[in-house]
Design a protein around this ligand. Structure first.
Ligand code: GLV
Length: 316
């Protein structure tokens, strides 16, 4: 039996794999993230950690965990909050939750394509605040989604799931990855995809190569009628440049679920016109969040049993 720290309350049923394996649980029942200092203090006598993307797991955490700490499992597919280099140096295995959130996240990305294209948030905000005084033929004129071209940046499981939805809506789909996918619509030229797309959706992980991938120069390549959707990670987009592009009518609209400095939202982006802004809810369905928690816990159970789980990012 091992001791496993679960850094925040998980959905009901999420920790079942740990319970079934008979591990002792150390929990944070507050549903508030630990501070970094609290996290360091909490890892000193555990064999494993199940953490969330709100936890920064860096060399200080691995140092506090010492030789006893064997595995950290992130309840997220993205793991930019974990310093994998420091995990490597400390010999700690890292797991994530690939595969189980693709369709749910793709649903939300497509929701943002639709909502941003049709100015849904602007129209609803007017209605709620009493600024809507009756139907008008020139009101809230959005852009058609059907018949438009969707540019998918990053063509992993989530990007492909969004592309399937787009096909069903009668869109043409382009996609960009560095390596040829062999699928029609592939381009190695990101700038060309940006110039040709009516909606652009981001599905790349956050790393040194993708930080501010969408910057002022690239926003300027987009059509003035185009919408930008980000359900990946906030820092992939330069938020200040995005706000400026919206203010200057350089692009039509934006649908954003992730932010550079969560939970802060850039004040200029909050004030920018024609945005749909959601609080990082891409994978937020009961079924998917429960399955994500279980998958992370299954990874911990496997590593502690000396097995190699399918959701291993790094073997330790
Ligand atoms: C959520 O943002 C995830 O990476 O799973």
């Amino acid at each position: 039996m091992a001791r496993v720290l679960v850094t925040r309350r998980l959905p009901d049923g999420g920790i079942d794999p740990l319970v079934e394996a008979g591990h002792e649980l150390v929990t944070n029942d507050e549903d508030q993230p630990f501070t970094h200092a609290q996290l360091c203090a909490a890892v000193t006598d555990v064999d494993a950690v199940v953490c969330l993307l709100t936890d920064r797991v860096d060399d200080a955490v691995f140092a506090a965990g010492g030789d006893r700490l064997k595995v950290v499992a992130n309840v997220a597919v993205g793991y930019d909050n974990i310093d994998v280099g420091a995990a490597t140096a400390a010999g700690v295995a890292v797991c994530n939750t690939p595969g189980v959130l693709d369709e749910t996240t793709a649903d939300l990305a497509f929701l943002l394509v639709l909502a941003a294209s049709r100015l849904a948030s602007t129209a609803e905000a007017d209605l709620r605040s009493g600024r809507w005084h009756g139907w008008g033929i020139n009101q809230y004129l959005g852009r058609d989604v059907h018949g438009a071209t969707l540019g998918v940046i990053g063509y992993g499981r989530i990007g492909q799931a969004v592309a399937r939805r787009a096909t069903g809506f009668g869109m043409d789909v382009l996609h960009h990855t560095r390596h040829d996918t062999g699928v029609p619509g592939w381009t190695d030229d990101l700038d060309d995809l940006l110039a040709r797309s009516d909606a652009v959706t981001l599905h790349v992980p956050l790393n040194d190569e993708t930080r501010h991938l969408i910057d002022a120069r690239r926003l300027a390549l987009m059509k003035p009628t185009a919408v930008l959707v980000n359900t990946a990670r906030g820092p992939v987009v330069d938020e200040d440049a995005l706000a400026a592009a919206l203010e200057a009518d350089q692009i039509f609209a934006a649908g954003i679920d992730v932010y550079e400095r969560e939970p802060e939202v850039h004040p200029r982006l909050l004030a920018a016109p024609r945005t749909v802004l959601l609080p990082h809810v891409g994978s937020a369905s009961t079924q998917t969040r429960t399955r994500m928690a279980q998958l992370a816990c299954e990874g911990v159970v496997a590593v502690l049993a000396g097995k190699r789980p399918p959701n291993l990012v790094y073997a330790g």
